[in-house]
Ligand binder design. Sequence first.
Ligand code: ZN
Length: 212
Amino acid sequence: MNTSENISSSETETAPVVPCWSCHGPLTAGLAFCPTCKAVQQPASVDHFIRLGLEVNFDVDLSALDKVYFELQRALHPDRFATRTTKEKMYSQAQATAINDAYETIKNPLKRADYLIHIKGVNVMPDGCNLVNDPTILMEAMEVREKLASAETISMVDAIANDARAEIKDVIAGISLAFKGDDIEGACQLTTRLKYLTKLLGEVRQRRTQVS
Ligand SMILES: [Zn+2]
C-alpha cells in the first residue's frame, strides 16, 4: 500500500515555471493571472486539476472547487477586459473557456473518474477506460431494465431509483479507494458501473413519466 502510494505521488505531475508574457516574472504554468503584474495569461496546456490549482486526486472538496471556479470567473468577466488590449481580451476569453471545461469535468464524479483514468492510466490502459461489454454489467442491466419495464406504479419506479442512487454512492466510494491504491483497472471497472447506473437513472426518470 505504502509503496504504491509513494509511486503515485512521485508520478504526480508538477507544473513547470514559465515567464509572464507581460512582466517576464516567473509563474507556474496553468495560472490564469501573473502573481507579479496580474496580467491575464494564455491558457497553458496543463491538466484540469492543475488549471484550478487542485491536487490531481479523485477526492475533491466540492465547496473549495466552487470557490476557486467562481472567483476565477468573476476575475475573467468580459466587463473587466472592456478597456484592455485585444491580446488580453483574447486570453481572458480562452481562460474562461478552459476553466469552464476543467470545472465541468472535475465537478461530475463520472467525468472526473473518466478523466483521471485517462491521465493516470496511460501505461496500463493506453486506450482509456473502455469496458462497454462487461458481461456482469450487461446481465445486470438487462434484469433491471425488465424490472423497470414491468414497474407499474410511481413507488415501484422510485424503489428502483433509490437502489440505483444507493449503489452510485457505494461505487463512488469504491472508485475513490481504487485511485488511492493506484488500481487504475479497478477504477475503470467501477467507472463502467457508474456509467451504467447514471444511464439507468435517466431511464428511470423517463419511465416515471409513463406510470401513475
Ligand atoms: Zn507578469
